[in-house]
Design a protein around this ligand. Structure first.
Ligand SMILES: *Cc1c(COP(=O)(O)O)cnc(C)c1O
Length: 417
């Protein structure tokens, strides 16, 4: 800080202003304030710009915008002020220079691959991934000459060993969907950079309120905004955050040309979602921790997967790398597929749906839904069995969530102690 404080300890008004603008606002402040550039109308709430294109003063100005000599909006496939407000706010929360919003989480991953990879390149990815991500790599990127190898998420040595001369990208989710496995991002970033690769982290489960991968050395953060960034299950969207070159040029170039763009309305929903993100993530985490402990004590349950439990293999990363355990709990029930489906079907309050990150608690059978398009061998390799259930804990009273699960749990075969 360059301002000097007078001997009596009071700063002049001018110095106070300088000091105030020099100190970076905190996370909660940026979540509420960053990204909205008030228009001459003086609106307090962020406006939705429902316009497909933008008007120029002259043909010369149009030419200058298109050539890039003059900054400004041209067409909403490229930029839109509401979308830009969301991008600016999320970039600030993740600690990145640039954010590009996309139509979905999957198109965010596709835009990263199209923007930064080419035929002949190789990806090393964790085995534990969102089902559609694995499918995108195996079924589609492979057709364009990009191969992928899979490694156990939490084993840095395995990542190192799988890297080839043509490997460009390491890709992981931490915690993973649905088993909440984690990896030390700092350690993995070190491996990536030593071997000349980029590290992309899908930060869907934690969001920047709990974990900021760029600060830990990752090059790219990917989001399904559909989940916690929205937080109320309304819109599908995605985002990529990183530096000016990778995201501002590489990923943005694909978006501008290929067009998996976020709509202004969806951007507005996500922008408002970011305002309550930290409060919600802490509340989801509190309830999920309570539910995980409670499930552990149920005789019909074989195993509970939750980062906050002391028997989780990477439990030590909670409190250091990620602030809390997050809102997702998975568990194996005793008794096979029928018993597992029966438990799911016996709930009345919980929603049987694939989404997560909603204020409403959701319950799903990953083996036949979110991960149903994987081969049985692929599922077995990851550890997604027929008896696995995933719950994304919402913001209802935890006692009501427990009461809703209790009758189904009662009817399960009991664990032999
Ligand atoms: C849902 C999800 C995605 C895909 O996002 P969409 O918005 O559904 O396209 C990617 N990664 C993870 C971890 C997810 O949960």
């Amino acid at each position: 800080m360059t301002s000097t404080t007078p001997p009596d300890g009071r700063a002049s008004a001018h110095e106070q202003t300088a000091t105030r603008s020099a100190a970076a606002p905190g996370f909660a402040t940026r979540a509420v304030r960053t990204g909205h550039h008030r228009t001459p109308e003086g609106e307090h709430g962020e406006p939705i710009f429902t316009t497909s294109s933008f008007v120029f003063e002259s043909a010369a100005e149009a030419a200058a915008r298109f050539s890039g000599d003059q900054a400004g909006n041209i067409y909403s496939r490229f930029t839109n002020p509401t979308v830009s407000a969301f991008e600016e706010r999320l970039a600030s929360l993740e600690g990145g220079e640039r954010c590009v919003a996309t139509a979905s989480g999957m198109s965010a991953i596709l835009a990263v691959c199209m923007g930064l990879l080419e035929a002949g390149d190789h990806i090393v990815a964790s085995r534990s991934l969102f089902g559609s991500t694995t499918l995108l790599f195996n079924k589609y990127l492979s057709r364009f000459g990009i191969a992928t190898s899979y490694v156990p998420l939490g084993d840095p040595g395995a990542w190192d060993a799988a890297i080839r001369p043509e490997t460009r990208l390491l890709f992981c989710e931490t915690p993973s969907n649905p088993l909440t496995e984690m990896v030390d991002i700092r350690g993995l970033a070190e491996v990536a950079h030593r071997r000349g690769c980029l590290l992309a982290v899908d930060n869907c489960f934690c969001t920047p309120a709990l974990q900021r991968p760029l600060e830990l050395g990752a090059d790219l953060v990917i989001h399904s905004a559909t989940k916690y960034l929205d937080g109320q299950g309304r819109c599908v969207g995605g985002a990529v955050v990183g530096d000016r070159k990778l995201v501002g040029e590489g990923v943005f170039g694909v978006l501008r040309t290929a067009g998996p763009t976020m709509s202004p309305f969806n951007a507005w929903v996500f922008l408002k979602g970011l305002e309550t993100l930290e409060l919600r993530m802490l509340a989801h985490s509190r309830s999920a921790a309570t539910l995980a402990e409670w499930l552990l004590a149920q005789p019909g349950i074989e195993r509970v997967y939750y980062p906050g439990l002391s028997d989780h293999p990477q439990h030590h990363l909670v409190g250091s790398q990620q602030r809390t355990g997050g809102g997702i709990v998975a568990f194996d029930v005793r008794g096979g597929r029928d018993a597992t489906w029966h438990l799911i079907d016996s709930t009345r309050l919980l929603s049987i749906t694939a989404n997560l990150g909603d204020v409403k608690t959701t319950i799903i059978h990953p083996a036949t839904t979110t991960h149903g398009r994987l081969t049985p061998e692929e599922r077995a390799a990851v550890g997604i069995g027929e008896c696995l259930v995933r719950i994304a804990v919402g913001l209802e009273d935890i006692a009501d969530i427990q009461s809703d699960l209790a009758p189904g749990l009662e009817s399960l075969p009991r664990r032999v102690r």
